[in-house]
Design a protein around this ligand. Structure first.
Ligand code: KG4
Ligand code: ZN
Length: 356
């Protein structure tokens, strides 16, 4: 089965063509337009602006994904559009689209576009939960990975700009939410502290680069809820602590690097401790990470290192950078492995969608 997948939950507009090979997913094209430069100017996302950019990008991105899946070069838009619709009509079996959670204005653009295509071309449609799709990015075939397709049961850790959640998956259909962020998500804490330090937006990549320059420092911030006997997280206090620390200080670049190191550590420490506790409690030897923060290599390395300390030898998966942050290929991956086929008029955008 070959499908067109669409992602438009926030400030990225994505379209991908994906197909299933036995139990892993092959990506034929994965196109992304982002309005993050616009949001960098306002220091965060203004939903109305994000939605306007989604409208501009959605058709060109879909057209490009269809042409790229056949290695066709772009010509002029009219011609491209005609060729793309022909591919969609003749070679694509269904359409997957993020239906939540996310910003309502952004979600509506992807969902209503998918519904229009589904209705006019008589294609089945798969509404997809963006959060679960972050975990399923690990089922995408990677030529560089030594690991095979993940096996159940596994622990899933979603760490993105909007969410931090731990889940236990027994099978595609049977999973349990173990806990999550009580306030700010991990990525949100990174972006908010990044703003205090005048880092580029989103702050994750620069924070990681700066943290990597530090080998030793005494600076330490509290890792919130590190000793609580549950699977919850809380990161809003961290922002307040960093704010107090940097207030009225004129930090040098080296001192900023130290703050980045300490912030990253405080976040990583609690993520690792609770993920490993979940793996032990639920007797899982496989862990899947997903979401933008899972692009952080220190998180991955430290998770592997700490697992050894607990005498665990889990298989740990994290998507490659392209599939860790928001993208449409992961939406297609979920649809092909566990999507529910719907008719176009049964699909709605749901900004509050969670796990039930
Ligand atoms: O999954 P994602 O692209 O969007 C949401 O669904 O929220 O995640 C975006 C988040 C941002 O907060 C960004 O700062 C963070 O992922 N991020 C990182 C890294 N790359 C992106 N955080 C830490 N280290 C990174 N290398
Ligand atoms: Zn996301």
């Amino acid at each position: 089965m070959r499908i067109l997948a669409i992602e438009s939950s926030c400030d990225e507009t994505g379209a991908a063509i994906v197909e299933k090979n036995t139990d892993s997913i092959k990506v034929l094209s994965n196109i992304l337009a982002t309005s993050s430069d616009l949001h960098a100017k306002t220091g965060g996302i203004i939903p109305e602006n994000a939605a306007r950019e989604q409208v501009k990008a959605i058709i060109p991105v879909i057209v490009e994904s269809l042409l790229k899946s056949k290695n066709l070069e772009s010509q002029d838009f009219k011609n491209d559009f005609t060729r793309a619709i022909k591919i969609l009509r003749e070679e694509i079996d269904g359409i997957a689209v993020t239906c939540g959670p996310g910003l309502i204005g952004s979600l509506l653009i992807g969902v209503e576009t998918a519904k229009a295509l589904s209705f006019s071309l008589n294609k089945t449609i798969f509404p997809i939960n963006h959060l679960l799709a972050h975990i399923y990015a690990n089922f995408i075939q990677s030529p560089n990975s030594q690991l095979q397709t993940p096996n159940f049961p596994f622990i899933g850790l979603i760490v993105s700009g909007g969410h931090t959640d731990l889940l236990y998956f027994k099978s595609h259909k049977d999973f349990k939410w173990l806990g999550g962020a009580r306030d700010d998500a991990a990525g949100e804490a990174i972006d908010k502290t990044g703003r205090l330090l005048n880092l580029s937006y989103p702050a994750g990549p620069e924070m990681e680069r700066r943290a990597n320059r530090i080998t030793k420092t005494d600076l330490k911030f509290k890792s919130p809820l590190i000793n609580s006997d549950d699977f919850d997280f809380s990161f809003s206090g961290l922002k307040a602590e960093v704010m107090r620390y940097v207030k009225e200080k004129n930090l040098t670049e080296d001192e900023k690097d130290e703050v980045c190191y300490a912030v990253q550590n405080a976040i990583i420490e609690v993520l690792i401790k609770k993920t490993l506790k979940a793996a032990i409690d639920y007797n899982c030897s496989t862990i899947l990470l997903g979401g933008g923060v899972s692009a952080n290599q220190t998180l991955l390395e430290q998770l592997k290192l700490n697992a050894k300390r607990y005498s665990l030898n889990p298989k740990i998966y994290a998507p490659s950078r392209e599939y860790a942050t928001d993208n449409a290929a992961m939406i297609g991956a979920y649809a092909l492995l566990n999507g529910e086929e719907k008719k176009w008029n049964e699909v709605e955008s749901n900004p509050e969608l969670y796990f039930d």
